[in-house]
Structure formats: C-alpha cells, structure tokens
Design a protein. Structure first.
Length: 219
C-alpha cells in the first residue's frame, strides 16, 4: 500500500479518507498477494524448527533465504516475530560465546602438523564452523591447511598410481609366463588378487596402457 501511495504522490491516510472502499480493496489484495508469495505456514515453521536444532546455528538471513525470501523479510518479522527472535538470538550467542580467536588459532596451527592432513571441510566440521567463517577469521591458516591437503592428495594419487602399475606389471609377467595373450580382462583379474579395490576403471585403463607401452606390448 505504501508503494501505491508513493506512486500516486499522496500519503496513505489521505487515500484512506477520500477512497475508503478502494483503499480496503487494495490492502486486501496486497495481503493476499503476500500470503500466496511465501511458503505455507507449515513449511515456514518447519524451516525455523530445523534451524533451531541445526549446529552451527544458521543466521536469520540464511533461514529466510532458504525460504526463498526476495524482499527485506518484513513478512516473516511481522508474522513470525518469536521464531525470528529465537533464531537471531541463538546465532548471535553462538558467534559471541563460542569464538575464541587465540584458542582457535592454536587448534588450527596443531592441524598443520597432523598426519594425514585433514581437508578444510573436515576441519570446519570439527570446529563446528562454516568454512567461510574460518577463512574470514584465519585467512592465512585456512590457505595453509587447504594447500597442505591438496599436496597430500596429489602425492597419494601418484603413490596409488605407481602401486597400480606395479601390480599390473606383475600380472602381465604371470600371464606371459603362461603363454597367454595379455588382454585387459586377464590383467584385471590377476591384478584384483593383489588390489581388490582397483579404483576407477579409467585409472586402470590408463595404467594398463602405460605398462603395455613400457613393456613393448603395444602392437
């Protein structure tokens, strides 16, 4: 209604006084629009109940975004003030009470010597924090933890690839000794005896091609 009044260049009381019937129709129509443009009351209350049990606590804005809020959120503040207050209070208390920068910094530094290195997502879960929160409060430590995990994963992939190639070489040697054709199916069958979990089929095929080239088995 305020928007309509502004468009007409008048204040709401003046419109109400001169056009009472039209005023009520506009108000009623706008309220109906607001009601239908939001999730049902059951869906809204369910979203708030879940938010009040979620840890770490989400902010009120996060809850409203999950409900598809496209305006300032005034509809929810007006119709669900108690739930909005509870979510906001829980989030603020969590941010204020649970955050100890010095203590959290020491924990993050300890993770930098942990073996094997955990992922940044795992670290955030342990701290019961959002990843963006940790990046904001500890940018350098967050980068170091992420880089260390990526380096570890890269080294692990190389180690696993070399182990797979070693097993394939042994399988090729055994098949050749039996005077059989070195097919992919035979090599895979022999390799599974040493490595029950061969990983992705694409990784096996790549390693098999590399070993065949290395052992001059490509025709």
């Amino acid at each position: 209604m305020e928007l309509t009044a502004r468009n007409l260049g008048h204040y709401s009381p003046k419109i109400r006084r001169h056009f009472p019937q039209l005023f009520e129709q506009i108000i009623s129509r706008y309220k109906e629009y607001q009601k239908n443009s939001h999730p049902s009351p059951e869906e809204i209350r369910r979203a708030f109940r879940i938010a009040l049990k979620t840890f770490p606590p989400p902010s009120l804005q996060m809850v409203l975004r999950s409900l598809g809020r496209k305006d300032t959120g005034s509809y929810y503040y007006r119709h669900y003030p108690t739930l909005c207050f509870k979510v906001s209070k829980r989030f603020k208390e969590y941010r204020i009470i649970s955050f100890n920068k010095s203590k959290d910094c020491k924990w993050l530094e300890a993770i930098l010597v942990e073996e094997p290195p955990p992922s940044f997502s795992e670290v955030a879960r342990r701290f019961k924090r959002k990843r963006d929160f940790l990046r904001q409060k500890f940018p350098e430590l967050s980068k170091a933890i992420t880089a260390r995990y990526k380096h570890y994963q890269s080294a692990l992939r190389k180690e696993n690839a070399e182990r797979l190639r070693h097993v394939i070489r042994e399988a090729v040697s055994q098949i050749t000794a039996l005077g059989l054709y070195v097919s992919e199916a035979r090599v895979k069958e022999h390799a599974k005896q040493q490595l029950p979990k061969l990983g992705r089929d694409s990784h096996f095929k790549q390693a098999f091609r590399e070993v065949k080239a290395e052992m001059n088995l490509i025709r």
